[in-house]
Design a binder for this molecule. Sequence first.
Ligand SMILES: Nc1ncnc2c1ncn2[C@@H]1O[C@H](COP(=O)(O)OP(=O)(O)OP(=O)(O)O)[C@@H](O)[C@H]1O
Length: 644
Amino acid sequence: MKGQVMARGLGGFVLVFAVLAALALWREDLGLPIFYLVLASTALFWIAQATSWNVLSGYSGYFSFGQGAFVGVGAYTTAVLGGRHGVDFYLTVPVAAVFSALLALLVGGLAFRLRSFRGEIFALLTLAVPFILAALARVNSEIDGGQGVVVPVAEYPEWLAQFQDFLYLLNLIVAVAAVAAAFAIQHTRFGWALASIRDAEDVAEGLGVATFRYKMQAIAVTGLIGGAAGSLFALQIGFVTVESVFGLTIPLFVIVMSVLGGRTHWVGPVLGAVVIVLIQDRLSASGFEGWNLIVLGAILAVLVVVAPDGLQARLWRRPWQAALALVVVTGVLAVVDSWGGPLDWFVSGVLAAVAVVLWPGRAPTPVERRPPTAAAADPVETEADAVVPGPVPAQAEPGEVLVECREVAKSFGGVRALDGVSLRIRAGELVGLVGPNGSGKTTLVNLLSGALRPTSGSIEVAGRDIVGLAPHRIAHVGVSRTHQIPKPFESMTVRDNVAMAIMFGRSPRPLGPAREEAEACLDVVHLRHLADARPAEINLHERQLLEMARAIATKPKVLLLDEALAGLNPAEIDAAVAVVRRIHATGITIVIVEHLLRVVNQLATRVVVLNQGALLADGDPRTVMNDPDVIRAYLGRHAHARGT
Ligand SMILES: Nc1ncnc2c1ncn2[C@@H]1O[C@H](COP(=O)(O)OP(=O)(O)OP(=O)(O)O)[C@@H](O)[C@H]1O
């Protein structure tokens, strides 16, 4: 299925390339004025640049202001190698692409290592890169020295009529390659990984996605395309200066184009680039060239408010209406013929289509909420519930030590959140982890899942030392978790949220089989009837259940449930308790952090109590709950207040 989509898509790109290339080869025979080809060439350049930006910033959500750096490195590589060292232009293009990709990897290597380098910090960092490069180029006379660099005209094949035809063909090759790459990325694991990073990076990492590696690959692709297109840009402008490449114009253009077109789909930047290039061209043709940036800024400001998701998704909903608006407006203007020329009429048609697409309409109908199956509707665990094996086979021999914490400590500045905790959890247990607020329960969950690193002590899971391992590696060792506040991948359906975890979990499957398997996981938590819903359409209880379905989909040995019942009403709590039992019955060892002692008593085979970061009690629920120390430290202060 996916193979077919890929083959059809890539076949489509070859066809589009052949048709567009034919325009250059037979332009004179077709009577096509060179002006149109120059305009198309500009559009292709921006399609490549916007697509390049979008692979990183659209797909993964790491918003970059540094596109000028990649264009600049590409342009200067070609200019310096060709203009100063006489290197053949054709050789400079791949070198430019590789240099730019290396710069991208350097930026990524610095920025992606630190978790704090996200959001605006990443944007600011990328903003600084072109400024630094600009300064380097200015002071270094081997590169620019403040003079600018002349780019020699490249020799082009005889069968092309003009240099502009040649430039058009080069831009076409790079643009089609870029868009085909973006298409391929979107339809593979790579694209799913980037989307999960965009939606909830920490969760993605915890489910087994090697986020660092995928971000590095994405920024390398961005650099590669940006550099290759930058190389052609140098040839096009003939004289490269710091201002022409390292300024803010290039990032501003690619951002507006991608935001206008839509950042989550490969088509988005193409649509955005075409619309913006046409608008810019008509502005220039009408003598309003100075308004270019004003119009661009205004479009960005309006879009952020009116349609932050861009044209693509909306166009998919109203394709015929948009096509009709394009044809009618262009046609009427052509027939009336009282103003402008063919391109003006066409651009007016495009703007009408854009208006139709962006026109506010009814919100898309939410997914039909089919009633759950009889079993799902019954919150109380049935006999059948207990024996349903579920999608996850038993993971370890009962009694085998799965988790071994030795003298684990974690400090946050002066706060000692965990203070030398030693704990052993065996396969098949369902451990209730309790303790007053601030006693260190979530910190322990974070240490076990790799979200935090202990200050001292050791943690082994299934005999493997996990201290210092990235969370995705710990997921592959066999630890999975849910979050106190559910963090679903908002852009994916409930089914795909679970399929993601299967695709990147301990036994990764391709998307198709993962989607099928996801149904079984959804069955365990009774969410199958909502498989096609978006997370925004389901309630807190269902979001908590989705967290559990996603966590078991990675096929963990140990499942950490961090306050998975918080905020639920009594009926929902009963339903969730039944689900936890079903999960346990599939052979997964569970550690449940919970404030409701009634629930812990009902579920746990063993209770561990933390108090002020230290282990206070550990044993069977009845003994632990009657321990005077526990009553004093925990029950005295909380249980009475909560009536538990
Ligand atoms: N990232 C952090 N930075 C600073 N202090 C932290 C951090 N995370 C936890 N702490 C502190 O560590 C201690 C233990 O917190 P933790 O969240 O693990 O407790 P908890 O038992 O899970 O509490 P609760 O039941 O309220 O969720 C608290 O004093 C808390 O303020």
